[in-house]
Ligand binder design. Structure first.
Ligand code: 5GP
Length: 315
């Protein structure tokens, strides 16, 4: 619970904050905002991530201070893991023996830490960090507001995903009043793509398949190399497939260097894709989830689609 988290923070002086590997907007924005909240409380705090900050999130305040590492060094009194439903997903070594605080909004969230605050009703982890800052009496600076607004905007799919409601807009209003600039935040994210990403989108759309309400696209390692695309350039491609009018579920398959496939699942609401991802050892939300499956491509596609075709319910 929030009160437990705050009590544990108040008792300690130094913190490391982290999130899942391949961080998205909520992972980065929440970690950066939470770090600033802790510093405003007089604590020493650093953000350490396994992967580098994706290009579109680099303009965020303090993003240049994020440390990229495979292993955690330093004698922090506690680690705060945000927007991440297991230690494994951080891909950071050296967390196991520390005092752990887990702040997460995933439906697949698990109480793996010493203190766990999991709220699947929060539209983004950013909403929880906002509540933490308010409870701690930390003034909402324009920098904190900008990080939280960007996290909120990206995790709600620009305020379009299911779960977006009047509270989301009330929060967006608070953040805007505190100094977040909506058009500036949106420009950094949605009008800042690399040319490589656009070329990869072209490849992915050439591989578009539809079967009733199911739509899927895929990219191979060879295509990514040819386009000069990085892993982070794949973020959001699945939404183009979901944008087809009669698509209920969209799936994006990305070949990994080891021949397996990373799978991104999106639903318009009728199908619970978190349940499907969990069957394959992944997780996420009812409308946005992910997992990894074995290749080759045809096997990966069949494995996932066989679970999505009419039959046993995933509602
Ligand atoms: P994406 O498709 O953008 O990678 O992920 C969509 C959602 O599913 C995000 O909330 C992400 O955190 C979650 N997710 C993606 N892959 C995994 C996974 O392998 N395990 C778990 N637990 N969650 C995942």
């Amino acid at each position: 619970m929030l009160e437990d988290v705050l009590r544990q923070i108040e008792r300690r002086d130094s913190f490391v904050l982290t999130s899942h590997a391949r961080p998205d907007g909520d992972a980065i924005g929440s970690a950066l905002a939470c770090c600033q909240v802790l510093r405003a409380m007089g604590k020493q705090a650093d953000v350490v991530l396994h992967d580098s900050v994706p290009r579109i999130y680099r303009p965020l305040p303090f993003a240049d201070q994020v440390v990229q590492a495979n292993r955690l060094n330093g004698s922090y009194e506690a680690a705060i893991i945000l927007e991440c439903d297991s230690l494994l997903r951080t891909r950071l070594e050296g967390l196991e023996d520390r005092f752990l605080i887990n702040i997460d909004h995933h439906a697949s969230g698990r109480p793996f830490a010493d203190v766990n605050w999991i709220d699947p009703h929060a539209v983004a982890t950013a909403e929880m960090v906002f509540r933490l800052g308010r409870e701690a009496g930390v003034p909402l600076s324009p920098e904190i507001a900008t990080c939280l607004y960007t996290a909120l905007m990206t995790d709600t799919g620009s305020f379009m995903f299911q779960g977006t409601n009047e509270h989301t807009f009330a929060l967006a209003r608070e953040l805007t009043l505190a100094g977040a600039d909506p058009s500036h935040c949106a420009r950094n994210i949605y009008f800042a793509h690399s040319g490589a990403k656009m070329r990869l989108l072209g490849e992915a759309l050439r591989n578009l398949n539809q079967e009733g309400h199911l739509v899927w696209i895929w990219v191979t390692q060879e295509q990514m190399e040819r386009c000069g695309a990085k892993e982070e350039d794949c973020e959001g491609l699945v939404n183009y497939a979901l944008s087809i009018a009669d698509a209920e579920v969209a799936v994006f398959f990305r070949e990994l260097p080891d021949g397996r496939f990373r799978v991104s699942l999106r639903s318009k609401g009728k199908v619970n894709v978190a349940k499907l991802a969990e069957r394959f050892g992944g997780g996420g939300h009812e409308c946005a989830s992910g997992c990894a499956v074995n290749g080759p491509l045809q096997a990966a596609v069949s494995e996932i689609l066989s679970q999505l075709r009419p039959g046993p319910s995933l509602q």
